[in-house]
Design a protein. Sequence first.
Length: 115
Amino acid sequence: MTLKRIIGILICIGGIALLFISNYIEKEVAAGKQEISSAEQKVGQGKTLFGLNPYAKEIGNKAIFDPAEKKIQAGKAEVAYYEALASRLRIGGIAAIVIGIAIVLIPFGAAKKRN
């Protein structure tokens, strides 16, 4: 086996690894989205309960809901970052697989002279 084929196989294996990593990140992002959705529902319920009394509403917004909403926004930003990362990894993995296969299958060297 030539060095060219070994390099092609290694690039292909690296691409497959990138696809697995991308898949794992996407699963974690989906779980994070569910947690954010749950937190948004809980904050909405809390605002409804505290909204019945004007004094409680003001205290609840400042003490409880503002920090919770900031954490939710930070979570959404983090989810967006990891979604973009997973997308880039998937594209890179596919490209690496294609390049690896091309290196293995396509002859790039000069043709051997036959006597």
